[in-house]
Design a protein around this ligand. Structure first.
Ligand code: B3K
Ligand code: ZN
Length: 876
């Protein structure tokens, strides 16, 4: 595959005016007739040919203005249709007919079948698997869609926009027509047909229009869609209140399907969801599932403005819709739940996914300049770092300045296919600001490291900070320029109060935010009467790594007193990470790993503190992950040592806090009637965290087995099952609980995904054997992406010790799985392969085994473009 470059962008020589599609649905032979009206773009070559994209297509009819085209006027291949000699001045109509086989579509891109339902996935380049088309996001047109299908099997015929009408069609068929008046690119096209149940509601918009809301799910699952409907209505209201954005069609539909390559898709007026992010009830979904549903329903709905009304000029601009929309869904969840707790969870996720990506061979800028396979750029960098960059704009310009910029963006670019430059310019123009240095965040990959050195001079009452920034080299970017890094900070006095400097020199400092712009800045705070404790990068105002060997006592001080809750969590995390890293070193030296008294004291005080919300206390108790340790080491990482050191720290905390954890576990109301709201969920999270520590302290499965048996909701029950499986994998109690869970939930695919995952993530090298056995389980299904991710994905991404076996067997298993999936579903295969994105950080023995496995993939003939691109970059 050749690389596609941003620099090569050119508008199409033809403008698409209208699209009229007719589908005659058939499980194996669907007829697609597409009528496209074009005119030649002013000022372009009058000889230029019309080139349409295809993917595995066969042309069965081609008309120009309703007459057959002679063969010398066009050239056709499965991936391309070129038509020559088209009118220079007048609009013309091209009619293209193709036949496609939805049942044979195992890639789940284009039109495919899932459980008897027809459904589509077109982003990024799936529409070209349906018909020949200018399949790029800057080609926008209104669509009319006619669907004809067998009536008994497909009572439901859905597409984008508003319903025009329907009628019978011959003896057994019927048809429906839809019209979407909002010009859209082909990636937002959707069609769904089949027999589904529905949950209905209405929403009255700000200006008083009534919108019909419909969520379609498999028959019998309607009650499990109630929470999704509630989240949808809250999202619609929030976007009106916070961004002034109103919905723009008569109907908004969501369809839940069980075979889907990702989470969900924002097709105009007809979102298609992985059913995992729609279906929930207390017995089958955890609090985390509820929170994900809320966030993803909101995310896809918010795309209606950031993505659909304003779309991307080309796929290099993907972060324009994704980073911004993630930022919007984060803000929504923060408003619906606890802002500080939400921020902690976001940062955990950002570090786990994006910092890991940014530190390895797959690192790329938020706005890349080249790609070989666009599906491989739906990454944590585009999404999560893209969101962080948007958040920094809000931090730099302030709430009002950000709002002004967004308002201008909606006003100026509604109906456009826009660029990142267009977006940034709106903030500059609305605020008279210069964001040119800031824009480097879009173009330079790698996580900046900010080194902090401090000095206090009592006689002159001055506190001096020396800040250095460095951005590590990343593929294709050996050296970087200094960036504009907004660092929220505060100085704490001995009793925890905020010390206000009389003046600050050496950097712009306003509203508690210091603007670091040079590679080194020496910043002086005058009028500081005592040695302060620095609280820096509050609320994670910038996505950077800090190199700041802050004194243990200062961290403990922040953990207790910081006014910024996020920073209290960060301080505890820093204490714990230091202990864990020391532990890794001690274990390799044959010594013991332990927890410092400072950590134990700070953590237990936080856990017991009834003035703090339980969800926050639970986040503190979670402590850094094994992946956090590996990233902090940066190289020569031994996952067994990381695991052992972390466990030793947790164990020491558990012993010291045993009585407190018992009290917390008893007090957290794990038997109260279930409600998914954030504060109830927080209580369960804290109770569950206490149970984990008690399992360590007691070394006995009895308490978790009891919690499992008594639980009346999935959050508590599944956590108890995880404690049993992960701490006591061979206990009779664990075998019994796994069997009981399976017997109870074997007909619920989403719950069985959890059952596969909990076993796939049991630490230790014996788990590989379990994986092999579970692949033979009657409910394992290599065709269902959720099931594959629940077993193979969970093992490779979330089981550091099991997957990274010293003998390389984990890597070989993954490599075999990738080669097995690749011919059927390249996107799934490529995504699984990214589990090895940090392989270069491994100690030499494992590193060599990982490299062997990657090379065996690379040397396999006929790899998909998706897998080839990832493996080449991984070894590059
Ligand atoms: N825009 C889709 C993702 C499409 C992925 C294509 N490989 C979902 C989302 O981000 O909202
Ligand atoms: Zn999105």
């Amino acid at each position: 595959g050749q690389a596609i470059h941003l620099a090569d962008y050119r508008p199409t020589p033809f403008v698409l005016e209208r699209v009229d599609l007719t589908f005659e649905l058939d499980p194996t032979e669907t007829k697609v007739e597409s009528r496209l009206i074009f005119h030649r773009r002013e000022g372009t070559d009058p000889e230029a040919a019309l080139v349409l994209d295809g993917d595995e297509l066969t042309l069965s009819g081609l008309l120009l203005d309703q007459s057959e085209l002679p063969p010398e006027r066009y050239t056709v291949a499965p991936d391309r249709l070129e038509i020559r000699g088209l009118p220079a001045e007048t609009p013309f109509e091209i009619t293209v007919t193709t036949f496609i086989n939805p049942s044979a579509n195992t890639q789940l891109m284009g039109l495919y079948r899932t459980n008897g339902i027809y459904c589509t996935q077109c982003e990024a380049e799936g529409f070209r698997r349906i018909t020949y088309f200018p399949d790029r996001p800057d080609v926008l047109a209104p669509y009319t869609v006619n669907i004809i299908a067998d009536k008994a099997a497909n009572p439901l015929l859905l597409s984008n926009g508003n319903f025009l009408g329907g009628a019978g069609f011959g003896p057994d068929k019927h048809f429906a027509a839809w019209f979407d008046p909002h010009p859209k690119p082909s990636y937002l096209f959707a069609l769904v047909a089949g027999d589904l149940g529905v949950v209905e509601d209405t929403y009255t918009t700000l200006s008083g229009r009534e919108v019909a809301l419909k969520i379609y799910v498999e028959h019998g699952k309607e009650p499990r869609a109630a929470y999704a409907m509630d989240a949808l209505k809250r999202s619609m209201q929030w976007d009106e209140e916070v961004f002034g954005r109103e919905y723009d069609l008569d109907i908004f539909m969501i369809v839940a399907v069980s075979d889907f390559n990702m989470g969900a898709m924002e097709n105009k007026g007809l979102n298609v969801f992985n059913d995992k992010y729609v279906l929930a009830d207390p017995e089958t979904a955890t609090d985390a599932d509820y929170a994900n549903i809320e966030a993803i329903i909101a995310h896809e709905y918010f795309h209606n403005w950031t993505g659909n009304r304003i779309t991307c000029r080309d796929w290099f601009q993907l972060c324009l819709k994704e980073g911004l929309t993630v930022y919007r869904d984060h803000e929504f969840s923060a408003d619906q739940r606890s802002r500080a707790v939400k921020r902690i969870a976001e940062v955990r996720h950002l570090k786990q996914e994006q910092f890991a990506e940014d530190a390895g061979p797959l690192a790329h800028p938020v706005r890349p300049t080249a790609y070989r396979e666009i599906n491989n750029f739906y990454t944590a960098t585009v999404y999560e770092k893209g969101s962080e960059v948007t958040r920094m704009i809000a931090t730099i310009l302030g709430r009002d300045g950000f709002k002004k910029g967004m308002d201008l963006y909606f006003e100026r670019h509604d109906g456009d296919a826009a660029t990142v430059e267009d977006f940034v310019k709106c903030f500059e123009d609305a605020n008279g600001a210069d964001l040119s240095q800031f824009s480097l965040w879009y173009h330079q990959a790698g996580t900046p490291v900010v080194t902090v050195a401090e000095a206090y001079d009592a006689p002159t009452r001055t506190y001096t900070l020396t800040l250095d920034q460095a951005i590590p080299a990343t593929p294709g970017q050996p050296s970087k320029k200094p960036m504009h890094i907004p660092l929220a900070l505060g100085l704490l006095g001995a009793s925890g109060e905020e010390l206000a400097p009389a003046s600050v020199s050496g950097a712009d400092f306003a509203d508690g935010v210091l603007h670091l712009k040079e590679s080194r800045q020496v910043v002086t705070f005058a009028g500081i009467g005592e040695r302060p404790v620095l609280s820096i990068n509050r609320s994670f105002s910038a996505p950077v790594n800090l190199s700041f060997p802050q004194a243990e006592a200062d961290r403990a001080h922040l953990a207790r007193h910081d006014g910024d809750l996020f920073s209290r969590w960060q301080a505890i995390t820093d204490l714990a990470l230091k202990d864990m890293l020391d532990g890794v070193r001690h274990l390799t030296e044959g010594r013991n790993a332990a927890a410092s008294p400072a950590l134990i004291e700070a953590l237990i005080a936080t856990a017991r503190d009834g003035a703090l919300e339980p969800a926050f206390r639970a986040q503190a108790l979670a402590l850094p992950s094994e992946a956090d340790i590996a990233r902090a080491l940066g190289e020569n990482s031994d996952p067994d040592a990381n695991h052992a050191a972390r466990r030793a720290v947790l164990h020491a905390v558990a012993e010291a806090g045993r009585a407190d954890f018992e009290a917390i576990h008893a007090a957290m109301g794990l038997h109260e009637p279930y409600s998914p709201d954030a504060s109830s969920a927080g209580r369960r999270a804290l109770g569950n965290a206490a149970l984990s520590y008690l399992a360590l302290a007691e070394g006995d499965p009895a308490r978790a087995a009891r919690a499992f048996a008594e639980a009346d909701n999935m959050t508590v029950q599944f956590h108890a099952l995880s404690v049993l499986a992960h701490h006591f994998p061979d206990a009779a109690e664990t075998r019994a609980a796994l069997a009981a869970f399976e017997a109870r939930f074997r007909d619920n695919a989403l719950v069985m995904d959890k059952w596969f995952s909990v076993q796939a993530t049991i630490p230790g090298e014996a788990t590989l054997g379990r994986i092999e056995a579970l692949m033979e389980h009657p409910l394992y299904n290599a065709r269902n992406p959720n099931r594959v991710r629940s077993l193979i994905g969970a093992f490779s991404f979330q089981n550091a010790t099991g997957f990274n076996r010293r003998d390389g067997a984990g890597y070989r298993l993954l490599a075999a799985q990738i080669l097995d999936h690749d011919p059927r579903n390249p996107q799934l295969a490529a995504r699984l392969l990214t589990a090895m994105r940090s392989w270069r950080m491994l100690e030499p023995t494992r590193g060599a085994e990982a490299e062997k496995a990657l090379r065996s993939i690379q040397s396999t003939p006929a790899l998909s473009r998706d897998v080839k691109d990832i493996v080449d970059r991984m070894l590059g």
